[in-house]
Design a binder for this molecule. Structure first.
Ligand code: NDP
Length: 251
């Protein structure tokens, strides 16, 4: 098998109907995989599938709901017979000062960004074991590393994903399953469109600190998704890789 060839592989990308998820899904498709686009918004998912072509299929899911996640994996197995790759990408941000979050808002972020990845990983596990291994990619953030005044629950989930990935990686290495985390910097998507409005001076701050002198784009994630999904990364596990144009190494 060629190092980066994903022919015959089946991937689930949560939140694959837009932004970073869509960028990664298109990378996997280009490398030969079939891809399940797993999101809540049917219309957005249908548009993504139309764009991606015949090896893409939409399955509706709420990643914060255990039943819905189990059903996503069952439907994937019914449609494709296997699952080799899981990208836990779905995520939300509620940006506020720490003292004003409600418990409900805290739980919403934790359930959507962190518990979802636990549930999806647990649900695909027996199927990955059945085919002799697999790849799980979790989407953290540079807020897995840094703090921000508007990101108490978000940062908790993104830091948690890194540590959770490491524990999963140690547990499932025996099953030939590699689990890694990608840490995106500031990327132009629906999620950050609101951030540009909510965080004063954000655009200037991002450009000033990013050595690449630009925001990232969803397409910047196609290559890393293929690498971490392919045989090229078979000895890479438990890592957290910033994809941020140098933001996190800039003083
Ligand atoms: P988007 O808002 O474009 O994508 C988020 C995706 O998550 C949507 O496609 C959405 O699908 C899906 N989603 C949200 N909640 C649920 C849910 N309960 N069930 C199923 N799907 C859900 O933003 P990004 O592409 O920017 O974000 C993707 C990931 O990257 C997130 O985890 C985010 O935290 C992370 N990230 C983004 C950064 C950035 O600068 N953009 C920086 C660092 C990390 P639907 O609309 O169908 O619900």
């Amino acid at each position: 098998m060629k190092l980066f060839d994903l022919t015959g592989r089946v991937a689930i990308v949560t939140g694959g109907n837009g932004g970073i998820g869509l960028g990664m899904a298109s990378g996997l498709l280009n490398a030969g995989a079939s891809v399940v686009i797993a999101g809540r918004n049917k219309e957005k998912s249908a548009k993504a599938v139309a764009l991606l072509g015949e090896r893409a299929r939409a399955i509706e899911v709420d990643v914060a709901d255990e039943k819905s996640v189990r059903s996503l994996v069952d439907q994937t197995i019914s449609a494709f017979g296997r699952v080799d790759i899981l990208i836990n990408n779905a995520g939300i941000a509620i940006r506020k000062q720490p003292e004003v979050y409600t418990l409900d808002e805290w739980r919403q972020v934790i359930d959507t960004n962190l518990t979802s990845a636990f549930l999806c990983s647990q649900s695909v596990y027996p199927h990955m074991v059945k085919v002799g291994g697999g790849k799980i990619i979790n989407i953290g953030s540079i807020l897995s590393i840094f703090g921000a005044p508007f990101a108490v629950p978000y940062g908790a989930t993104k830091g948690g994903l890194v540590q959770m990935s490491r524990s999963f990686a140690t547990a499932w290495a025996k099953d030939n399953i590699q689990i890694n985390t990608i840490l995106p910097g500031w990327i132009d998507t629906d999620l950050t469109e609101t951030a540009r409005v909510q965080i004063e001076g954000l655009n200037d701050r991002v450009l000033a600190r990013t050595p690449a002198k630009r925001w990232g784009s969803p397409n910047d994630f196609a290559g890393i998704a293929v690498f971490l999904s392919s045989a090229a990364s078979d000895f890479v596990t438990g890592t957290a890789i910033p994809i941020d144009g140098g933001y996190s190494i800039s003083g």
